[in-house]
Design a protein around this ligand. Sequence first.
Ligand code: SF4
Length: 447
Amino acid sequence: MALSGIEIFKLLPKTNCKKCGFPTCLAFAMALAQGKAEIAKCPDISEDAKNKLGEASAPPIKTFTLGKEEKAVKLGGETVIFRHDKKFFNPTVLGLNIKDTLSDEELTKKAKEVADSEIERVGQKLRVEAISLEYVSKDPKRFESAVRVIVENAPDAVIILNCNDPSALEPAIKMIADRKPLIYCATEDNAEALANIAKTNRVPLAVSAEGPDALSTLTERIKGMGVEDIVIDPQPKNARELIHYNTIIRRSALKKGFKPLGYPIINFVIKEDPILEANIASIAIAKYASIVILSSVERWKNLALFTLRQNIYTDPQVPMQVEQKIYKIGEPTPDSPLMITTNFSLTYFIVAGEIENSKVPSWLAVMDCEGLSVLTAWAAGKFVASKIANFIKESGVENMVKNRELIIPGQVAILSGALEDKLEGWKVTVGPREANGLPTFLKSRAA
Ligand code: SF4
């Protein structure tokens, strides 16, 4: 449980020496309780007090990584119940469950589906990050060779060893411990054996029990055995239970500082009906799952889940922006058309995509409007004639294009007269209102 300011104060030296930068030990204690100071700032604190306080001031949801190097994924670390309170930090990891009874050829195909799942959307690379290899064969040798096939064909994937038989787990984990896989899962019956394997190999361990109560008892037991990095599965049987359990877990960790539930959540959402599976996966992404395991990865499902995840894990207070500059679309020449838009990422990628569709090489001037879309920026006084004129003059585009013509979005046609007045020697042309009108507009001009 989190300690109050007064409880923290009782553990401090109480000399009011000010070395921590606060006028009194009490002021320092209050700042610590609010997460606004670090224990290390007090040089005179005893080791015992440091341990007690370190535990109490640890993040409410444990944070750690799975996987290797630059493709590692970060779990946990969330600090709010609702995204609009601040932001969500570490996006849900999506994973594909694969049974080890498949032939090597089928395993290879599935692993490659994960390896090839990456797409780019609004400037970000999005992919299915994990593979859960399920021990169905009951044959440790088969499990080991299946792990080998998976890691060969999906070298960047985070591996979840979905196996509760220590004799099959040990050789598999020795092979890939450096990739920091996740062991799934310790239960009431195998807790000691799996905790030992996780501890020896320094890898995180998933813990599974029905509902938050049983889970919290088990996580305390596992932690007592020396395993720190834990993922929890509350075993929801349906969407209603998933929302209920995941919400209790998040609230207990954040609102009550209840450490036994302060861990990232894993949800298996495997269903025969792919639409139902995608729906439940969406709920899990929205409601606090750090890892969601699916039965299949398909392009339509990936795109829907990637988009949802990207939106939920985007900071609501910071619009997604692209850099202010003159972008080349295709291989433009000094005679190519020049268009202008704002630096809201979505606007940029839609406009750039439509220009690409037109196959007319063009220049695209992207103006910094603090990440606002065209109409919003205009209404906010950020995309107006005087500012556009200054940007065009300072951007250096005059040295890139021969014809002095600037095409503005149709939504701000009202600016054309004032802009021509400010941009001496330039002709201002009003383009289409919507970006999807650009291909026809550009092709008709090029004809
Ligand atoms: Fe108190 Fe430690 Fe701060 Fe000194 S450095 S005032 S002992 S909390």
